[in-house]
Design a protein around this ligand. Structure first.
Ligand SMILES: Cc1ncc(C[n+]2csc(CCOP(=O)(O)OP(=O)(O)O)c2C)c(N)n1
Length: 162
């Protein structure tokens, strides 16, 4: 039995096999990660200046959030926590709303028409069951839409996770 590791780039940077994405798509995703990084730095600075009540940075998680959402269709759902702004934004939730929410302005929780993203969950683990409900609803409608939910390892200790 072979135990070859899954590898796209060799340690010296050469491509192994066929590139899974076109160059233009790689650039688009990299730009999205960079936008997320810039937002994250700005929001962290605003929190330290007292201009936001709280802020949970996601630096280092840009690829997992942007990459996961890049695989979705607009009809799919994103249900994240306070730390998942990059994923939410990638699926259409405005940065502005994320900032408004952090100032206590309830308009921050108003998802634009047609955007299938729930407002960020502050309750650790409370949003995963919403994602399951949305997925179940899609199934009842006969659609092949899916719901993506994101959470930390701590949330997996909540009863809702099970
Ligand atoms: C039900 C609930 N309990 C406690 C808290 C306080 N709290 C906020 S963030 C956090 C840690 C969560 O850890 P994890 O799920 O691993 O996510 P991370 O913040 O590390 O991304 C806790 C306990 C909360 N928001 N909700």
């Amino acid at each position: 039995m072979s135990h070859e590791p899954f590898q796209i780039l060799a340690p010296d940077g050469t491509l192994r096999g066929v590139a899974p994405l076109e160059a233009a798509e790689i650039r688009r995703l990299y730009e999205a990660m960079l936008s997320a990084r810039v937002f994250d730095h700005k929001a962290s600075a605003m929190q330290r200046q007292g201009r936001l009540a709280t802020y949970s940075p996601f630096e280092g998680q840009e690829a997992s959030q942007i990459g996961a959402v890049a695989a979705l269709s607009p009809q799919d759902w994103v249900v994240g926590s306070y730390r998942d702004g990059a994923a939410m934004w990638m699926h259409g939730y405005p940065w502005r709303n994320l900032l408004l929410g952090r100032t206590g302005d309830e308009r921050g929780g108003q998802t634009p028409e047609g955007v299938r993203v729930l407002p960020p969950s502050i309750t650790v683990g409370g949003h995963m069951i919403h994602a399951v409900g949305l997925a179940w609803g899609e199934r009842l409608l006969g659609s092949d839409g899916v719901a993506l939910t994101l959470f930390g390892d701590g949330a997996s200790s909540e009863g809702d996770f099970h």
